[in-house]
Design a protein around this ligand. Structure first.
Ligand code: DSN
Length: 420
């Protein structure tokens, strides 16, 4: 991360980047959708590729001078298809929400019916929330989770038969159990619906072989590239070959203009990294660490939605403590732990206040946290919540979290000689 030029040209921005690096190095990152990408990915994203317009597809562009860009984008497509065992990949979506939007555009007309997971039960905004384009222009019916935090597949089937959706979406932003893609496909087939699997959160787990793959079940798979997959911020759509043209047309010219080829290069690098044996080990470690965190929290008397996690994340249920997600996420920030407030199923609080906190293990696993460290993180969280009004206790807990950060350095070569 050489920012020497930036320091001269714009010391304000350079200074803030340095502060952000220090924040990342000195805090414990538990936001379930975040991760630390490699320097190789960052070099690709910060490269001269940002200078190039490349509307269109590889070898079919609206601009000249795309020889190198074509090869890079083709590599990203090929690597995505190989990693996820899908026929076709469009690597141009700027984000996961835009990937989902393009699938909607490719398959549906305004007013068509969609069946997807409710946002407050763990679904995503772009799966049909009334405040998002997906809920404004389509007729969305939502399934949720049962009292154990699990999808009730019989209920999904009942709703599919009742509503006859054209598209069923599986995949979530806050769901801690394995998703049964086969069952979803059986339900979709029963009512003649397309199946879209949004694997944004679990893509790295799928790539690493610790979560079943949607390949062979979902005709459409969308993902982000920056969560458990550990790439740059962005999206990808994959599909069966027979839908390739439809999807490509929906992305461009339907949804987007010029693709971000520097980010696409970063995606190509991340996809290569995710195909290596070390990444399998990383994915296994994420799940192991998430389970250690969950067990530690349960042992410290905390409640978790659905109990033990089966993937990289979990939601702390604070209802019995009488404290809110909003306040406790702020308390955790005081002790050096970054997480986000999140609703729990049937939450009595508003989405801005909430009774839960979502926690994920992908980012800390990247910096090398092991199960023992995760148990210590669980202790710090539980103690911070119990002692949320005790400044002395919180100050000590901040020291404890800093100790962990020092033990597992992040981008160590950039830190100012371990000054933190
Ligand atoms: N905002 C992302 C998350 O935190 O899960 C989903 O897009």
């Amino acid at each position: 991360m050489n920012i020497e030029n930036l320091k001269k040209v714009d010391p304000d921005v350079a200074g803030l980047i340095e502060k952000e690096l220090e924040r990342q190095q000195t805090t414990i990152e538990l936001i379930a959708s975040e991760n630390f990408t490699s320097e190789a990915v960052m070099e690709a994203c910060g490269s001269v590729l940002t200078n190039k317009y490349a509307e269109g597809k590889p070898y079919k562009r609206y601009y000249n001078g795309c020889d190198n860009i074509d090869k890079i984008e083709e590599l990203a497509q090929k690597r995505a298809c190989e990693l996820f065992h899908m026929d076709h990949a469009n690597v141009q979506p700027h984000s996961g929400a835009q990937a989902n939007m393009a699938v909607f555009m490719a398959l549906l007309k305004p007013g068509d019916k969609v069946l997807s997971m409710d946002l407050s039960n763990g679904g995503h905004l772009s799966h049909g929330s009334p405040v998002n384009f997906s809920g404004m222009y389509f007729d969305v019916k939502s399934y949720g989770v049962d009292e154990n935090g699990c999808i009730d597949y019989d209920d999904v089937e009942r709703m599919a038969i009742e509503h006859q959706p054209k598209l069923i979406i599986c995949g979530a932003s806050n769901y801690s159990k394995i998703i049964d893609f086969k069952r979803f496909r059986e339900i979709a087939d029963k009512v003649g619906a397309y199946l879209l699997a949004d694997i944004a959160h679990i893509a790295g787990l799928v790539a690493g072989g610790v979560h079943p793959s949607p390949a062979g079940y979902a005709q459409f798979v969308t993902t982000t590239t920056h969560k458990t997959l550990r790439g740059p911020r962005g999206g990808i759509i994959m599909c069966d070959e027979k839908y390739a043209k439809q999807i490509d047309k929906a992305v461009f010219p339907g949804m987007q203009g010029g693709p971000l080829e520097h980010i696409i290069a970063g995606k190509a690098v991340a996809l290569l990294e995710a195909s290596k044996p070390e990444f399998k080990e990383y994915a296994q470690n994420i799940v192991r660490n998430a389970k250690a965190l969950a067990q530690g929290l349960l042992d410290n008397g905390m409640d978790i939605v659905g109990g033990m996690t089966e993937n990289h994340l979990m939601t702390l249920d604070l209802r019995k403590t009488g404290k809110t997600g909003k306040d406790m996420a702020n308390v955790l920030e005081c002790v050096g732990i970054t997480a986000n407030k999140n609703t729990v199923p049937n939450d009595p609080q508003s989405p801005f206040v909430t009774s839960g906190i979502r926690l994920g293990a992908a980012a800390v696993t990247t910096r090398g946290f092991d199960e023992e460290a995760m148990r210590e993180v669980a202790r710090i969280i539980a103690e911070a919540i119990k002692n949320s009004d005790n400044n002395a206790a919180l100050t000590q807990l901040r020291q404890d979290s800093l100790k962990l950060c020092k033990k597992f350095p992040l981008y160590a070569q950039y830190s100012r000689a371990g000054q933190f």
